[in-house]
Design a binder for this molecule. Sequence first.
Ligand code: NZQ
Ligand code: ZN
Length: 386
Amino acid sequence: MNNFQYKNPTKILFGKGQIENIATEIPENAKVLMLFGGGSIKKNGVYEQVSKALSAFEVVEFGGIPANPEYEVLMEALDIIKAENITFLLAVGGGSVIDGTKFLASAALYEGEEPWDILAKNKRTFIGMPFGTVLTLPATGSEMNSGAVITRAETKEKFAMGGPGLFPQFSVLDPEVVKSIPQRQIENGLADAFTHVLEQYMTYSVDAKLQDRLAESVMQTLIEIAPAILKNTSDYKAASNFMWSCTMALNGLIQQGVPSDWAIHMMGHELTALYGIDHARTLAIIAESHYKVNFEDKKEKLAQYAERVWNVNEGTLEEKALAGIKKTTEFYHSLGIDTKLSDYTKNYKGTAEIISKRFEERGWKGIGERGKVTPELVEKIVEMSY
Ligand code: NZQ
Ligand code: ZN
């Protein structure tokens, strides 16, 4: 097992009726900016619950944060934070609203000239404005981690940011919010969380037995509850397991002491930036080709995954590893998710070259757990996923 230091300061308030408890988590006399997305919270009762819980505070609202949170929109919110002397941020939404809020928590205290540099120049955030979240969509794990991903439509770029100053102070995980989530977003949430585990697991063994078992159990739980939550979003038991699995998939715990990959996400983010494809779907597009191209480096873990997660007990190590890749693609399909780029855009030709050139220009010479996935290999992987 590799060395690690681990601290996750986010307090979780899990379960029915927990939204009303946010008042005791926000500092007295705080001036709160409540941030939300395109309006789903106004239709499903979440807005009323949050407003009621905040009745003792001075609250300013900022709605309209789009999926794949957009830099220009967030800059409008930044002006409000400064003009209104906001002291606490409250994100009410999915990964996009939470990520946008993390960007604001960082940008509000940023001393450089152009907040975009936090993303483009990869500036880590050690101190951010305090914020909490009310999660409305299980998927990203953003409610209990310190990362964010922000888009700039103008330049078709999507960059990650983060740092120890960007953990939420608290997050409310009320599975009842799952009821109103559209089918497509449920599919996305399952696929995104599953792939988060893969990115932290499908590398090479460092004999970290517990981390492997934890990762496998998150994947097994997602596989087990997927049919139930796809069938009925009002199934509270399934929603609870869905929600906590998504959080556990990316709150840092399973990543400690083990190598992680994240190449699928890095390539996937480009597909969202270029074509606007839903984040989770870009991962489903890339995963199979990535594992095929990097088969030699990953085959031991692929075989272990096939055995333990999918009960593949026949065949050689290579055959089991290949079965693991096939099972993964079949899992995405079982969620209703297409796994080829051409299923999403007709203009896919040349995508591989564009992405590999971008990686080259950014100096991303080798990604993945061994730093071996060069821009040339990125080109090959993306092309194989057409
Ligand atoms: O905007 P509203 O009207 O709220 O509608 C949203 C949005 O259209 C809707 N929705 C959310 N909760 C709902 C609901 N509709 C009905 N009922 C509810 N309870 O769902 C749509 C999608 O929301 P979004 O927040 O965009 O989805 P998700 O949570 O999947 O977030 C995706 C973003 O997170 C980033 C992605 O790149 C993408 O930008 N990621 C963030 C990560 C992190 N911070 O750790 C890691 C991930 O790998 C990912 O990259
Ligand atoms: Zn993801």
